[in-house]
Design a protein around this ligand. Structure first.
Ligand code: C2E
Ligand code: MG
Ligand code: MG
Ligand code: MG
Length: 276
């Protein structure tokens, strides 16, 4: 009897696994078609001055506009594209589209603001980020100061020498570098003094409990003070409530991004709201 139960358990396990790998397989196949059919799009989210709330930049965030699944978030598919060997392609595509968008806004006489683009650690390892950035800027005749690259701590930690050199070279050309999701890595404070970056983006996990948790407030206060001592521009991500914003302003946080100010939206809606 025990044996039968065991086998039953095993069968359950394998069928669960099969369902999972089938879903993974289906998603991969669909994603491959999505790339061919040009179903990826960029949305833009405003970054504003914390005190005045005027626009200082935008973050480009990729989405998959799937005919069957609707708007799919990057958390679902960016790592799959990486697995499929399309990570480098994605990085180049996003850069190209973001630069094309800036050129179009500038040509329409709209306010010109810098756009930041996210780059995964694998994109940094495998491609020549520097060449790709230069090529995109040249293609659309853009100043390097238009562009900001958002990296994760892992980018600098994984393959530090190559990544460090690339980051230094990017900054030497005028491209800004932002350290994204700061505070979620394991060696944050050590790398804070070593990673060549201009901007530090406080992860939304810090912001979530900001208005209710006094100890959390003290941590954020000190991170902001430390970052500013080290000459970083500090951005708070995921600001959803007025109470969070006032605490951040009082702490000297430079910029904020979040649903309170504006969600990521398609380029036309973004331009209509922020660039007129
Ligand atoms: P991230 O770069 O930290 O982007 C911030 C995420 O927080 C975005 O999720 C944004 O939509 C969301 N967000 C913004 N404001 C708020 C808020 O007030 N509250 C909450 N709860 N969330 C907010 P999204 O667009 O789903 O992107 C998730 C992650 O996917 C990004 O995190 C980034 O790491 C990655 N990603 C996005 N676009 C790209 C891309 O083009 N290339 C690569 N390699 N990764 C990307
Ligand atoms: Mg980001
Ligand atoms: Mg982030
Ligand atoms: Mg993130």
């Amino acid at each position: 009897k025990a044996k039968r139960e065991q086998r039953g358990g095993f069968q359950f396990y394998t069928s669960e696994l099969n369902t999972q790998s089938k879903a993974h397989f289906d998603l991969t196949q669909e994603l491959r078609k999505a790339v061919e059919r040009d179903e990826l799009v960029l949305h833009f989210q405003p970054k504003v001055n914390a005190r005045r709330r005027d626009i200082v930049g935008a973050e480009a965030l990729v989405r998959w506009r799937s005919p069957s699944r609707g708007l799919v978030s990057p958390g679902v598919f960016v790592h799959l594209l990486d697995e499929m060997g399309l990570g480098v392609w994605l990085g180049e595509w996003v850069l190209d589209r973001a630069c094309a968008q800036m050129r179009q806004w500038q040509d329409s006489g709209l306010r010109s603001i810098p756009v930041s683009v996210n780059m995964s650690p694998s994109q940094f390892e495998r491609a020549s980020v520097l060449e790709v950035v230069r090529a995109s800027l040249d293609r659309y005749r853009l100043d390097a100061r238009c562009l900001e690259i958002e990296i994760l701590e892992a980018t600098a930690v994984n393959d530090s020498d190559k990544a460090m050199r690339t980051l230094l070279a990017l900054r030497a050309e005028g491209v800004r570098v932002a350290l994204d999701d700061f505070g979620t890595g394991y060696s944050s404070l050590v790398y804070l003094t070593r990673i060549p970056a201009d901007v530090l983006k406080l992860d939304q996990a810090f912001i979530r409990r900001l208005s209710s948790d006094a100890r959390q407030q003290e941590i954020v206060r000190h991170i902001i003070a430390l970052a500013k001592t080290l000459s970083y521009t500090v951005v708070a991500e995921g600001v959803e409530e007025e109470a969070q914003l006032s605490v951040l302003v009082a702490m000297g946080c430079d910029l904020v991004q979040g649903y309170l100010i504006g969600s990521p939206v398609p380029p036309d809606a973004f331009a209509e709201r922020w660039l007129r």
